[in-house]
Design a protein around this ligand. Sequence first.
Ligand code: PLP
Length: 385
Amino acid sequence: MQTFIYLDNSATTQPSEPVIQAVEHAMRESWFNPSALYKPSMETQKEVEAVRRTVLHAAGADNDSLVFTSCGTEADNLAVLGHLKTRRSSGRVLIFAGEHPAVSACTQAIERLGYTVETIAAGPDGCADLEQLEKQLDSTVAMIVIMQVNNESGAIQPLQEICAMRDRLAPSAAIHVDGVQGFLRVPIQFHRLGIQSYALSGHKIHALKGIGALIFRKDHKIASIGYGGGQENGLRSGTENTVGILSLGAAVEHYPAHGAEWMMERKRQLWAGISNAIPEAKLNGPQLDSPACCPHILNVSLMPVRSQTMLFALEGDGIFVSAGSACASHKQKISPVLSSMGLSTQQADSALRFSLSPQTSEEDIDFTIERVRVHYQMLKAYTRR
Ligand code: PLP
């Protein structure tokens, strides 16, 4: 029995039971090198190909291509740098202000390839500012990089509108979508949408860490950004991580069909409970009735209590949450994502991120609300600014 409540599922998720079984199977039976020519290797290769089809299908990309990578970060790097390497002309690359470092930290490398990088601004709800974007788009844009769901605010980005604008104003620009926080939790119809590539990561959907994937259209050009044995059609050298790949297949196949609905109900329960108990609580991100509201991430500022103080108080009760995104949480800086939404330093410094999974129960949420309420009443009296 678990003795804690895990509400940090955007940082990573617990491997699900079918994933653990798939891992055991992969380690005991399917550990062969899929490139070898004897029968067990060919069987392993077949299992890898079945996962490729499963993941493509889940993304609405049955007739598109998929390359397995080591994580979401590598899939994003490959999508952006790998594509830009194939374009002869330089031009402008537009990157959303709320991007994860898996994308934003590519800026210098993009500039070294000869492109200039510009930011797509975020509005106060954490969504891309479409009016600004419209002004930025013209035939000099080579690529637009935008996430499906922001990992801190939970804002679902207006991908359809962005694709329509690209078609109208910058038809030769490629669009890459970082789907690491969206895949399986927010619907994606990759092919119908008309984007060129889509990155995802296993450990955010109850598979193992160390496995990710990049989906791309067959006619979309990507060059390898690493060199070696030429696996994955030359796009990602290195012996395939068969254990990770099979774990990804099991995670996708067994992701609960009503997981998103369930999480949305729990998110409503959590926000209703917190905002009733603490009228000072501020929601950072889209309103809950907005189409941009994702089901699994709730970001709340409980001023004047600083995030870390509340985080440690909740940890004392066995409740694990995050103060901003995990990748940034060891750094003492204000989150660039929250600042891009125009939050004051104080509000950003008090931001807590609760991220849910289909396993989050009503009781987990009730207990969390009660503990947040009790700690807030106590801590706000002791917080000096
Ligand atoms: N993109 C987003 C939006 C993320 O939230 C993360 C991780 O938190 C990543 C990319 C990186 O994924 P990975 O940890 O698999 O490299």
